[in-house]
Write a protein that binds this ligand. Structure first.
Ligand code: C5P
Length: 232
């Protein structure tokens, strides 16, 4: 699986996402569809974007009892997405059930990636709200190891954690990293950021880039710049 730039299409409607994708003539960026767009438009948005020739990371972060997750994953597998995800906090058993549900009769399946601790969760909220008292780095690595044990393909993590995840889980365990910004760009609400070139150096397998591309004056040029820095 080669390195790639995944564009976070955080738009509220199909109309907006198609207007954005129409700017790319001849190029078919890997697209991330999140909860907002999926809940607004339903599964048809996945089929439409797939029909246009894009690879899709469906970012719905499932977390429920194993049986429900298994059946839901089976539905997502039928949508023919390339990558989907869940919360590692749902336990190893839930993640194993997800792999089962996602696997098609012919043995193929989309890549399955775990969210460890959300980057919006800090040490304080993890201790106070979740009663988890280990250091957050240790918790993230433990959840990544659980994901690997359950047969998943990788984790979503900060680019700063990608190297350590590879050290813990092996170099072929995928790291998908948001929090990417150009050296001369706006950081916005992201706290710990890296440039595409730095993310490449540290060993991220995929970078997820939203606003530096979607809000750019020239989104195609911003995308090409990301690809050049990260993939070349
Ligand atoms: O616009 P921006 O580049 O910040 O978008 C990053 C994307 O990655 C958004 O879709 C955001 O929800 C997602 N993401 C993130 N941090 C995480 C997990 C997902 O920014 N820890």
């Amino acid at each position: 699986m080669g390195k790639d730039v995944i564009v976070a299409c955080d738009f509220a409607s199909a109309e907006q996402v198609f207007a954005f994708l129409d700017k790319f003539t001849g190029r078919k960026p890997f697209v991330k569809i999140g909860m907002e767009l999926f809940y607004a438009e339903g599964p048809s948005i996945v089929r439409e974007i797939k029909k246009r020739g894009h690879k899709i990371f469906l970012d719905l972060k499932l977390h429920d009892i194993p049986n429900t997750v298994k059946k839901s994953m089976s539905v997502l597998s039928g949508l023919d997405v390339d990558i989907t995800n869940l919360h590692a906090g749902g336990t190893v058993r839930m993640m194993e059930a997800a792999v089962e549900g996602l696997t098609r009769p012919d043995g193929t399946r989309p890549l399955l990636i775990a969210v460890t601790q959300l980057t919006s969760t800090d040490q304080e909220s993890m201790e106070n709200d979740l009663l988890i008292h280990e250091p957050i780095d240790k918790v993230v690595m433990h959840y990544a190891a659980n994901a690997k044990k359950a047969g998943l393909d990788g984790v979503v993590c900060s680019p700063l954690e990608a190297g350590k995840v590879h050290d813990t889980c092996g170099s072929d365990f995928l790291t998908i990293t948001p929090g990417v910004r150009f050296a001369d760009g706006e950081i916005g609400d992201q706290k710990r950021v890296m440039t595409p070139a730095e993310a490449k150096k540290i060993g991220s397998d995929y970078i997820v880039v939203g606003r530096p591309i979607t809000a750019a004056e020239d989104p195609v040029a911003a995308y090409e710049r990301c690809v050049k820095e990260f993939c070349d």
